[in-house]
Write a new protein. Structure first.
Length: 228
C-alpha cells in the first residue's frame, strides 16, 4: 500500500476531526522532515476545505519554525507556494491582515508569558527555571520568539496549536516535551480522545523511535498519567 493511501485511510478513520488531523500531520511531517508525505496531506487538506491559501494551513506552516526550525518551515512554505500556483491574486490577504503581536520585546514577552502560563499552569515557573539552568536567559528568548511571536498569533486556537505540537514532538521522538504539550492540550480545550486521536494518527508517518515514543505516550494517557 502506498504512503498516500495510508494517509488517506488515516484521515478517513471515524471519530476525531479530520481537518485537525490533517493540520497536525502536516505540521508533524514538516518538523520531522517527512516532506515525502506533504503532497498527499495537502491533497487531503483540500478535500476538507483547507486549500494552501487557507489561514489555518499557513499558520500551521509558520508554527514549524517553533518546533522544527526555519529551514523546515521554509521548505513547507515553498511547497505550499507551489501548491497554490494559479490561485487568485490577493489569496493570502486574509492571513496577512490578521492582527498579530506587537514587535516590541516587552510586549512580545508579555504575550508569550500568557501562552506559556496557559500551557504549563502551575509548572510554568519551574519550566522557565529549567531552561535558564541550561543557558542563562534562554527562557526569555523562548518566551519572546516562540511564544510571543508565533504561538500568540491568531489563525489557530491554542488547543489546535497544542495538538500540532503533540504531532511534531511525537514524530520527532521527544518524550519529555511531548508529555508537557499533551498536558498543554488537555489544559486548553482538548479532551483525552482528541489527543489520543492525534497520537494514533501520527503512527502513519512514524519511524521506529517515534513509534516507541507514541506508544508510551498513548499508554500513559490511557492511565491518566498526564494530568491537566
Amino acid at each position: 500500500m502506498s504512503l498516500a493511501q495510508d494517509i488517506d485511510d488515516t484521515l478517513r478513520r471515524p471519530g476525531g476531526d479530520p481537518a485537525v488531523r490533517c493540520l497536525a500531520l502536516l505540521h508533524g511531517a514538516a518538523c520531522a522532515g517527512r516532506f515525502d508525505a506533504v503532497p498527499a496531506l495537502l491533497a487531503r487538506a483540500r478535500a476538507h476545505g483547507l486549500p494552501p491559501t487557507d489561514p489555518r494551513v499557513l499558520e500551521t506552516a509558520l508554527q514549524v519554525v517553533a518546533y522544527g526550525g526555519f529551514p523546515r518551515a521554509i521548505e513547507l512554505l515553498s511547497l505550499l507556494r507551489d501548491a497554490r500556483a494559479g490561485a487568485p491574486a490577493g489569496a493570502l490577504t486574509e492571513t496577512l491582515a490578521c492582527p498579530q503581536p506587537e514587535a516590541q520585546p516587552e510586549a512580545l514577552a508579555r504575550r508569550g508569558r500568557v501562552i506559556w502560563d496557559a500551557i504549563y499552569k502551575h509548572n510554568a515557573d519551574e519550566v522557565r527555571t529549567t531552561l535558564d539552568e541550561l543557558l542563562p536567559g534562554f527562557s526569555r528568548l523562548v518566551l519572546e520568539d516562540a511564544y510571543g511571536r508565533l504561538l500568540a498569533r491568531s489563525g489557530l486556537t491554542l488547543a489546535e496549536r497544542e495538538l500540532l505540537a503533540v504531532a511534531a514532538l511525537g514524530l520527532m521522538a521527544l518524550p519529555a516535551p511531548l508529555g508537557s504539550h499533551i498536558r498543554g492540550a488537555l489544559r486548553n480545550g482538548s479532551n483525552l480522545q482528541a489527543v489520543m486521536d492525534i497520537l494514533d494518527s501520527c503512527r502513519v508517518l512514524a519511524d521506529p523511535a517515534a513509534l516507541a515514543v507514541l506508544s508510551q505516550a498513548q499508554d500513559r494517557l490511557s492511565r491518566s498519567v498526564y494530568r491537566p
